[in-house]
Design a protein around this ligand. Structure first.
Ligand code: MG
Length: 381
């Protein structure tokens, strides 16, 4: 493709080059853009586990934790460093040890590769990493950070996105005692939308507690906690009376028929989270859910998240972009595609007290982008 870097930046600034052109652009084009025809040195991949401490004990309907061990990847080639992050999740049988092992096993995929051929690398990673999708996410995020840095521009600009299209992000309130929930809701005062974790036998108490402190919009996530469609129906009817905007994963992922029944009966959107990991899960969900919650840790990174966005849009489903408990590395990565989505839930780095990195910031629910290349992240690996 014959186009100068200046012309490209002009086009992306106009939003002309966007998602639809990505596959065509992905190979030689980016190499030309960065002033390279190939990458020469061998890539070096380093892996490190870092303990992220939670500000409050984090409780969902299925488990509780005070810290998370996330796995970080440093991908270095030709003097440029890309950083990635994996947030292993017990729901998907993931842990830091297995994730680290999968990353080490997959380093052969990068050997003798031109890293600008990142769609080919994605295909190979899909073949190689069959569990621990967060391991794939860490490598994909590091790869795309490297590509963005090599081109000298933030990924959202490379993809022709306008940060002002990014929806305000919600702030999550985990399950807790009445007093702590009140305290958390007060601490979340600057955030205009709250996401409340439910799926317990004391959901009404939790929501009434939140409502005793604030009347701001709330969304609700049951994390598969309601085990029958009748219970879910009754709970959602009550939640609607308390001004809830939508409900995430009311019942276990495998209860598809029951969720389809529920969707016909209730008047607020039902969003799939645990029921959807990657694009191949989406078509069957269209009959039971109004939307999907995309997370980079489930999809295995940004490139698969793109594919999911395209598929959900084609099926006229709503798109939410969520996260696990993550540092600013993975949150900044998700922010690079956030202008595409309907709902953002990118608060993982706000829930920890020792974020080792600094990148896209969340202020009062607004994502504050910077102009640094790649993910826009800085910090000690
Ligand atoms: Mg969820």
């Amino acid at each position: 493709m014959n186009i100068s870097r200046k012309e490209f930046l002009h086009l992306t600034g106009k939003g002309i080059i966007g998602l639809s052109l990505l596959p065509k652009l992905s190979n030689t084009f980016f190499a030309e853009l960065s002033g390279r025809t190939n990458t020469t040195g061998e890539p070096m991949i380093e892996v490190k586990t870092k303990r992220l401490d939670l500000k409050h004990t984090w409780t969902l309907s299925r488990n509780s934790s005070d810290f998370k061990n996330n796995v970080f990847v440093k991908l270095e080639k030709d003097g440029i460093i890309g950083i990635g992050e994996a947030a292993p999740n017990v729901r998907y049988g993931e842990n830091a040890e297995l994730t680290t092992q999968r990353i080490h096993e997959a380093t052969n995929v990068f050997k003798d590769k031109n890293l600008f051929h990142y769609m080919n690398i994605k295909d190979e990673l899909d073949d190689q990493i069959l569990d621990q999708s967060c391991a794939k996410a860490a490598l994909d995020i590091a790869l795309m950070d490297w590509v963005g840095k090599s081109c000298g521009i933030p990924l959202y600009k490379l993809w022709g996105l306008d940060p002002s299209d990014t929806p305000v992000t919600s702030f999550s309130i985990g399950i807790d005692t009445i007093d702590i929930i009140k305290q958390k809701v007060r601490e979340a005062e600057p955030y205009p939308i709250l996401k409340i974790k439910v799926g317990t036998d004391r959901d009404q108490e939790i929501i009434n507690t939140v409502r005793s402190v604030t009347d701001k919009p709330i969304r609700v996530d049951a994390n598969e906690g309601w085990k029958s469609k009748e219970v879910a129906f009754k709970n959602i009817e009550w939640l609607i009376s308390r001004g809830v905007e939508f409900i995430e994963q009311p019942m276990p992922a495998q209860m598809l028929e029951e969720t389809a029944w529920l969707r016909e009966k209730v008047g607020i959107p039902i969003i799939a989270d645990e029921a959807v990991k990657s694009s191949s899960d989406i078509p069957v969900l269209a009959k039971a859910y109004d939307g999907i919650n995309i997370k980079l840790m489930k999809s295995g990174g940004l490139l698969e998240a793109f594919r999911m966005i395209q598929m959900a849009k084609a099926l006229k489903m709503k798109i939410m972009l969520g996260c696990m408990i993550e540092s600013s590395v993975a949150i900044s990565a998700a922010a690079q595609i956030a202008p595409f989505v309907d709902y953002a839930d990118l608060d993982g780095n706000l829930l920890i007290s020792n974020d080792p990195f600094k990148g896209v910031e969340v202020k009062d629910g607004h994502l504050i982008y910077n102009d640094k290349p790649g993910l826009g992240v800085e910090g000690e690996f």
